[in-house]
Design a protein around this ligand. Structure first.
Ligand SMILES: NC(=O)CC[C@H](N)C(=O)O
Length: 314
């Protein structure tokens, strides 16, 4: 029998409201340290155009590394498969902000979803312009995907990370030394911290992810990316979207997902659903603790793991 998604989202939100171990809110970006960990939201946009939401699904949060999905989509649109000469496609097995592999691997980051890889993607998206121009382009892309022009950048979060992001400054400079960052690190990071500081609610994020469940199509009929590209972005989300906990996420949930240290996760069930969950407390690996648990329950109850055979009438 098909699952009632209205009931299920409400049930998951209620279970998460009472959860005791909620993880730790990110502290290394000062502006994020003050976010109330008691919050939880979930929103599901389905392929047939319905939306189910529960909990704090309309509260805005910092999407942080989830922005790497949209930035990657734009960069692939600009340089196509040439991007893969500068960024790999393998899980890193290291923390999101690790520098350790870069020396051995000649300044080529393992994948576009760790910070080093996303910084190279920002270098591509900068394309000789001022950060302001490239930031405008990413925001316009998100407006187009959601149909919501109210989505904006939280300038306080961007400034907070810009002032304290010493690891990212190190990563950008290190890759500059290898020639894999081509603009000034300061300009590239200007773009990077602003894209991370985009604020969205679960409902908005679920809308933004729809092209990835629809084989690259915009729900309004246009094409955002080719089917093959949508498939590959989903593959990268499954293998690299949760950093060194990507294997565990695939094991427990079995759905492509991209997390951010703001506590959000965007998860894509190809052909079925674009899901956003948010709870600010994180695991040690920097992924939303309750967000991961919520998706685990959702996948089990719906049979939406990509490793499950499709059920008739579902
Ligand atoms: N995992 C994340 O969300 C990291 C993004 C954050 N802006 C950083 O660069 O550290």
């Amino acid at each position: 029998m098909p699952v009632d998604l209205a009931e299920l989202t409400a049930e998951i939100a209620a279970a998460m409201a009472g959860a005791e171990d909620r993880g730790q809110v990110a502290r290394y970006i000062p502006e994020l340290a003050g976010v109330d960990p008691a919050q939880f939201g979930i929103a599901i946009a389905t392929a047939d155009g319905r939306m189910f939401a529960a909990g704090d699904a309309d509260t805005g949060f910092s999407i942080q590394s989830i922005s790497k999905v949209f930035a990657l989509t734009l960069a692939l649109g600009k340089v196509g498969d040439q991007l893969w000469e500068r960024v790999g496609r393998e899980p890193s097995g290291n923390a999101f902000n690790s520098i350790v592999q870069l020396e051995q691997e000649h300044g080529i980051p393992r994948n576009p979803f760790i910070n080093a890889g996303a910084i190279v993607v920002s270098d591509v998206n900068l394309g000789g312009h001022q950060p302001r121009v490239a930031i405008g382009e990413i925001l316009r892309f998100v407006h187009y995907l959601t149909g919501d022009d109210s989505i904006a950048i939280d300038e306080a979060v961007a400034a907070s990370e810009g002032a304290t992001g010493y690891r990212n400054i190190a990563l950008a400079n290190y890759m500059r030394a290898f020639g894999n960052v081509r603009h000034s690190p300061e300009l590239v990071l200007g773009l990077y911290v602003h894209q991370c500081a985009i604020e969205m609610s679960c409902r908005q994020l679920a809308l933004a992810g729809r092209y990835l469940m629809l084989d690259g199509r915009h729900p309004d009929g246009g094409r955002v990316v080719s089917p093959g590209r949508a498939r590959r972005i989903n593959a990268l989300m499954l293998t690299c979207g949760h950093y060194d906990a990507s294997g565990d996420f695939a094991f427990r949930v079995g759905i492509p997902g991209k997390s951010g240290v703001g506590g959000g996760i965007l998860a894509i069930v190809p052909g079925r659903a674009s899901i956003a969950v948010w709870s600010p407390g994180l695991t040690e690996a920097g992924n939303s603790r309750l967000g991961g648990q919520a998706l685990e329950i959702l996948a089990r109850r719906t049979g939406w793991s990509i490793f499950s055979p499709p059920e008739e009438g579902d």
